[in-house]
Design a protein around this ligand. Sequence first.
Ligand SMILES: *Cc1c(COP(=O)(O)O)cnc(C)c1O
Length: 413
Amino acid sequence: MSSETSTDRRPLPDGLHPDTLAVRTGLAPSQYGENSEALYLTSCFVQPDAATSARRFASEEDGYTYSRTSNPSVTAFEYRLAALEGAEAAIATASGMSAILLMGMGLLKSGDHVICSRSMFGSTLKLFGSEFAKFGVETTFVSQTDVAEWRAAVRPNTRLLFAETPTNPLTEVCDIAALADIAHGAGALLAVDNCFATPILQRPISLGADLVIHSGTKFLDGQGRVMAGAICGSRKLVDEVFAPLIRTAGMVLAPFNAWVVHKGLETLAVRVKAQSANALELARWLESHPAVDRVFYPGLPSHPQHALAMAQQGGVGGAVIAFAVKGEGIEQARARAFHVIDSTRVCSIATNLGDVKTLICHPASTSHGRLSEAQRQAAGVVQGLIRLAVGLEHVPDIQADLARGLDSCASVG
Ligand SMILES: *Cc1c(COP(=O)(O)O)cnc(C)c1O
């Protein structure tokens, strides 16, 4: 939908700060002048006459027809997310994975080559490594942090570099600007999954990325209610590649979910900053706990890419921490990790992130449960590892919740 549909009675001035855009960007209100954005829960739109309908279906005239093509609640979310990411346009999808599917279907064909970090989200690894491979798209998986490996993997048919930073669960950080240079030198595009950092901490397009992928299910919603996803990028790619394709392939965002995530963006900045501050406090405390072997958090000086993370993420480490409990061997480490998780009474035992409720999970048996033990060890997802997606609770309450298990760890296994 072109911006003509968004014309407000009083269009927003140029140059507004992202905090303002997060609250104010959207579509014009309806004739009723609602202040909170309307929810357009409708699958189709009534046309004034057959000729107008024909022009709209042929994309010769703006106007909503059918919600697989577009819907005002979805458009409003797309405008707001694009504004926050500093992108020309965005297209919303049913989930984060369907955004990645849409990107792959739109950009790649048989014979094309992709370079992807080995540390990407598990379903992303499966989508490129298995599903796209069936259609003749080959993917080379490289080190998250070794820029030289990305450069060496480039081939004449490389069309896309795809990175995620920080990664799940070990919060490894890659250099977006360096990867953008490699992609553009190869005539390829760089896409960045910005799920962990969000545009509040990191705006990949300003660092040279061409596309930004989001799982709206995480921080954008922020209260763990709905599934959502999006691709942000140039107006040309969105209008000419992704919008026609989503109309054909149908992985659209439901209007209700779009409305929830659109409203979620209004509080994204305060949530991400507050949850990150809580995470830093907990990460420091965890690092000092005798039962903890190692803490993975970009905001700690002990993190291998701490300096890069601080430069790239506005000096903030994000709201996700991973930590490994001490243990002699796989069995004991696993038993102790389970003990810490099971001793919590406040944290939710759940595999999601970006919620205002703190979530705790055991990556080796959940997100990375489908890998072999050898693959898990290679990925650093050891049995003692726990992931904490920090929420908005009072920090000492979460600290006490974790201390209950950590303080009694030595007696386990
Ligand atoms: C959750 C997640 C996804 C997938 O998003 P869904 O909305 O669950 O489909 C992709 N990338 C990252 C980094 C994620 O954390």
